[in-house]
Design a binder for this molecule. Structure first.
Ligand code: 5AD
Ligand code: SF4
Length: 440
């Protein structure tokens, strides 16, 4: 049936957290568009349905959630519904409705396929972490013409002792490769030339499927996706350093379609702390893997996540983290101060927690050191010619895009560049971006 403007209802959705949450929100928008006749609005006061899709990996988003839904409730249109989705929904469950009775429904991270039904069930709480969405064909919404992202797995089988994700997103199940490939092919027909593969732990892909089929590997999946005609760039996040075996690194280096930017979440440079975090690798393993990647792919950009002040982290342990930062010289560091989370094993280390002032000082030290490395890396691009996929037009007559190794580049140009890959000679840099001129 043709949808008219009058009939369509308005959805306001706010997303906090990781790329998995972004994809969940894209699924919510598409499902509600296709099955319930919703279109999105940026104005909360106009919405018939308000959804907050939140993250609970660190503490702040939880506090933010309650202050925000309180505000939404006081300003919303009469009769508008409020739903809370995502990891925080999974871990707080019905307590959300107890604490904020005006919330209409709560939908956990692994239960997103139930969105169309739950919006009409006042008081419903769906947070089953064993629910299996892995073969559900979500409706698709078009976010960017040139880029698409697909989930390749749900959940996480690791037990990192600081992390709430296994408790909110459940065990890892891989999405069948034929579904992933089919999805990417459909997106290519709509104009996508770059795909980002998403999962909590992408390079452990292929160990368990819903239908009990035999195992495959992430390397094989990368290989198969790169054969799809029309796909020029493949990105993925997040891989785990433990599973960066030689086969994976060699495919990463050899396959020209794989973007040469890799996330290697270090978390800590101390083998003792890595053990307490149950990360499964040592400082030496990490350094060895990073060195191998840099050796095979000299232009690679390496990004990382670091947690400072994990319980029991001595000055010596922290110095190990600084040492790894100095050796690897990461291109981007996402740094965090340890935050105790419910349902995590690290809570047992409460008596070894690090005073907040020490945590803050260590965080600043990491940030400052990283800034030096970032500027150095960006400056080293001046004079080089790089390939850029252009994707947005700026009001000042510049067009911006990303290099294959994920640096943002600006050039003077017009919308004719959008969706194209062109060569650019880099003329200047800031700590986070590059400027250049098109090479004819
Ligand atoms: N405290 C601080 N940082 C955390 N992360 C995950 N859990 C915690 C926590 N309890 C960080 C990790 C992870 C990133 C997504 O968030 O660095 O890689
Ligand atoms: Fe959390 Fe570790 Fe799984 Fe990443 S790999 S989601 S940090 S448990």
């Amino acid at each position: 049936m043709q949808k008219t403007k009058e009939e369509s209802k308005k959805l306001f959705i706010q997303t906090l957290g990781c790329q998995m949450n972004d994809t969940d929100s894209a699924h919510i928008i598409a499902e509600l568009g296709e099955h319930n006749n919703y279109t999105t609005t940026d104005t909360m006061e106009d919405a018939d349905l308000i959804i907050i899709n939140t993250c609970s990996v660190r503490e702040k988003p939880v506090q933010k959630l309650f202050s925000e839904i309180g505000q939404f409730n006081s300003k919303k249109k009469e009769g508008a519904k409020i739903g809370v989705c995502g990891c925080t929904a999974s871990h707080l469950g019905k307590d959300i409705i107890k604490r904020a009775p005006y919330v209409d429904f709560v939908l956990g991270a692994r239960n997103i396929s139930k969105i169309s039904k739950i919006i009409d069930q006042k008081g419903a709480v769906e947070i089953d972490i064993e629910h299996d969405d892995s073969t559900y064909e979500f409706a698709r919404s078009e976010t960017s013409l040139y880029k698409t992202s697909v989930n390749i797995s749900i959940g996480c089988d690791k037990e990192c002792t600081y992390c709430i994700v296994p408790a909110t997103r459940g065990d890892e199940i891989s999405i069948p490769p034929e579904m992933i490939i089919e999805q990417i092919k459909k997106d290519v027909l709509k104009g996508a030339i770059e795909v980002t593969l998403l999962g909590q732990n992408v390079n452990s892909y292929g160990r368990k499927f819903s239908d009990g089929r035999g195992k495959t590997t992430f390397t094989q999946l990368l290989h198969d996706i790169s054969k799809i005609e029309g796909i020029e760039r493949i990105r993925f996040t997040s891989p785990h350093p433990l599973h960066m075996d030689d086969e994976f690194i060699e495919e990463f280096a050899r396959n020209p379609k794989i973007s040469k930017c890799i996330h290697m979440p270090l978390q800590s440079g101390s083998t003792k702390i890595l053990k307490a975090m149950k990360r499964g690798y040592s400082k030496e393993w990490f350094l060895n893997r990073a060195a191998k990647i840099r050796e095979l792919v000299p232009e690679v950009r390496i990004t990382t996540d670091i947690i400072v002040a994990f319980p029991g982290e001595t000055q010596e342990d922290f110095d190990d983290t600084i040492d790894v930062i100095n050796q690897v010289k990461f291109d981007q560091i996402f740094n965090f101060k340890y935050s105790p989370r419910p349902n995590t094993a690290a809570l047992e280390l409460k008596d070894q927690e690090i005073p907040d002032e020490i945590g803050s000082a260590r965080l600043i030290q990491v940030i400052d050191l990283h800034k030096e490395h970032q500027s150095e890396h960006m400056r080293s691009n001046i004079g080089k010619t790089v390939k850029v996929l252009f994707e947005s037009l700026k009001p000042n007559g510049e067009v911006s895009g990303f290099t294959d190794n994920w640096c943002q580049v600006y050039v003077k140009g017009s919308d004719e560049l959008l969706g194209k890959i062109a060569e650019v000679k880099i003329t200047s840099s800031t700590r986070t971006t590059l400027k250049g001129e098109l090479v004819n």
